[in-house]
Design a protein around this ligand. Sequence first.
Ligand code: SF4
Length: 179
Amino acid sequence: MSNVRTEFGFERTECSCEECTRYCVYLPGALIPTDLDAISAHLGYDDIVRFAVENLLASPGAIVSINGFRIRVPTLVPQRGPGGACKFLRDNRCSIHAHAPYSCAFFRAEQDQREAGARSLRGLQAIAREWSAGGIYARLWMLLHSMGLVAPSPIEARERMRREMQEKKKRADGMPRKA
Ligand code: SF4
């Protein structure tokens, strides 16, 4: 039997290229409901609320079409360090790699768009179900939000990533070439 981690029938991805780790710096991936127990247990927590307060943020989340309706699905994401990067990013590597959130572990920068869309939809559907059922995922989100533990919107974070990448490229283009 294969030991590769799977969710919704998808196999996890393995990539630590610069483009993939850029997301750890600017846009840490969202958790799906099953990630809560997996990551908190991995980090040695026996209290899910404490785990959430010490490690997660409430994100406004993504807008998605589910059953023909466009809805926003608020998500839980990892907290960020002082520079804005994911708190689990250490020495440019994920310190919880084996249990990384679904939106980190099942995506990569060079993924086929249809594949990425299908994976994203399944994750968001699982989160949306927690919202309609008033599950722990939704309740933790509301708690963090009420405490001001809130992440920047993905649109804002993507814009920051785009701006800083452009500036970096400009600086690199302006550097004198080695003889
Ligand atoms: S949890 Fe790991 S893979 Fe996900 S953003 Fe953080 S460091 Fe990157």
